[in-house]
Design a protein around this ligand. Structure first.
Ligand code: SF4
Length: 509
């Protein structure tokens, strides 16, 4: 059997097999899952309709994460449930990829021999071929590569939203943070060429997106591979030149590599949003050293000062780990002090958990769970108070919100719509009676009338409410029409929403 043939459907002749990708973990994984979906659609599979929540697809792919504790339990729990389904569904296939697969390799097949394919983080492009081979040879296929085969962005993509897209600018990481499994699973940093990145962004914009997020494990060290220390700032400025691109974000930068030219580029490029997510991890210099994070708290706070000086309304968010091995009450107090001084708009707070394969897992002085839990609660209480105070400053401000597709739980009960302001705050808003309802991707300008710790609310009057219908809203309209088989005016003749990560060249006549 040729590996290029569609993955055939033994039980439903004529109908494409369905697939679903279940994603655990970070944004990198969410983005990889878009690539996996694109690859499977290119191979002739159809996405399982979202409304069939109870049904399991013919091909189920797990894109796993090794960073969080319990990742293995979660995966094997899910695989256990699917075992019974698979026994009653001849031809069904299960594939496991992502960081946990890269780390556990054949352990997955030993623990769950009903899995058909195991693939790693460096060869996601092989998934269709591996599914085919496994179906043909009637045995499980395991393929893990030690280094990157094809840069993920050159693979077909099925984007999760038409109005915003993720663009990988680099993968891997040259740092060696002692709590992190990424360097051993994703390898050394590999940077894409700026021209390739800009061409991909242009293709997304041509397709209707008005927002992009530049992605990298260490996004601001971009350029290290081809020897240009100023490459990230230059890339931000180049994004500013792309007509129709209204919002540029990036995640996650490393404080040690955060240079002034990046702050200047952020401040001077009008479509780079006033927002920064920069991991602190700990406020104690002693713990940062143990974590092998090469900046100190003074440098971190200095970056925040400079960012706020140049971009006064920037919303700054962070990641913090509580209870790293050997963390004393004094160290923890230093974290609380930096959090108090930093005035984060929000923070992702994690309780340290031992990840096998990382240097920190074998360090002495692992802290008792009760100590970690108590510190965690003190930290989240402090951060929640700060978040609420920072949100309170938004009261009465007028913000521009890009409407998103999925309303939060809160918005569902109040029938408000939701979106993200320029500084990435979540805003639930109502549409005044008689006013036009926006589509996902459209932009509304409105005043903030109520605040909470984790979101803002706007109930504008008809005079206060301004709607700007955008190209992204048009693209959303087209995607809705495409999905029910009715072509919308101006819709592209190409089916579905699968785009090649790399654009094809357009020839101007
Ligand atoms: S900078 Fe540290 S935490 Fe981030 S990916 Fe690299 S090793 Fe992991």
């Amino acid at each position: 059997m040729s590996e290029q043939q569609p993955i055939s459907s033994p039980q439903s002749e004529g109908l494409p097999r369905t697939y679903e990708v279940r994603t655990f973990g970070c944004q990198m994984n969410v983005h990889d899952s878009e690539r996996l979906s694109g690859l499977l659609e290119d191979a002739g599979l159809a996405r399982k309709p979202e409304d069939l929540t109870e049904e399991v697809a013919d091909v189920v792919v797990f894109n796993t994460c090794a960073v969080r504790e319990n990742a293995d339990n979660k995966l094997y729990g899910n695989l256990g449930i699917l075992k019974g389904v698979k026994e009653s569904r001849p031809g069904m296939q299960i594939a496991v990829g992502g960081c946990l697969a890269q780390k556990d390799r054949d352990t997955i097949l030993k623990k769950a021999p009903w899995v058909d394919v195991v693939f790693g983080t460096h060869n996601i492009g092989s998934l269709p071929a591996l599914l085919n081979r496994s179906q043909h040879n009637k045995k499980a296929e395991l393929e893990i590569l030690e280094s990157l085969e094809v840069f993920p962005s050159t693979l077909p993509t099925r984007r999760e939203s038409v109005y915003a897209g993720w663009v990988s600018i680099s993968v891997g990481c040259n740092n060696t943070c002692t709590f992190c499994i990424v360097p051993s699973l994703r390898g050394k940093e590999r940077d894409r060429r700026p021209g390739e990145i800009l061409a991909e962004i242009q293709a997304l914009v041509d397709d209707g997106a008005i927002e992009v997020t530049l992605l990298g494990q260490n996004v601001n060290s971009y350029g290290v591979e081809f020897g240009d220390r100023l490459a990230f700032g230059k890339l931000l400025r180049a994004c500013g030149e792309i007509e129709g691109l209204e919002r540029v974000r990036f995640t996650s930068p490393h404080p040690a590599a955060f240079t002034d030219d990046v702050i200047e580029a952020m401040a001077e490029t009008s479509n780079v949003m006033p927002q920064l997510h920069m991991p602190l991890q700990s406020g104690s210099d002693r713990v940062l050293k143990q974590m092998r994070r090469s900046y100190r708290s003074k440098k971190f706070l200095g970056i925040l000062d400079k960012v706020r000086e140049r971009i006064p309304h920037a919303a700054i968010t962070t990641d913090i780990i509580v209870g790293f091995p050997g963390e004393t009450e004094e160290d923890f107090q230093a974290t609380l002090d930096v959090v108090e001084a930093s005035r984060f708009a929000s923070a992702f707070t994690f309780q340290y958990s031992q990840r096998p394969g990382t240097p920190a897992a074998t360090m002495d002085e692992q802290l008792p769970k009760a100590v970690v839990q108590e510190r965690y609660e003190r930290l989240t209480a402090l951060q929640d108070r700060i978040a609420k105070e920072e949100n309170a400053k938004q009261l009465g401000r007028t913000v521009e919100v890009m409407v998103t597709e999925h309303a939060g739980r809160k918005a569902e009960t109040t029938h408000r719509l939701s979106g993200r302001s320029q500084d990435q705050r979540l805003v639930h808003f109502s549409v005044p009676e008689g006013a036009q309802t926006p589509r996902p991707g459209d932009l509304v300008t409105l005043p903030i009338t109520e605040v909470a710790a984790f979101h803002l609310v706007s109930d504008p009057t008809a005079e206060q409410y301004q709607l700007r219908r955008s190209r992204a809203g048009d693209a959303w309209d087209r995607s809705q029409a495409d999905s029910c088989g009715v072509p919308a005016p101006g819709a592209s003749s190409e089916p579905g929403r699968t785009n090649l990560g790399m654009p094809t060249l357009k020839v101007r006549s």
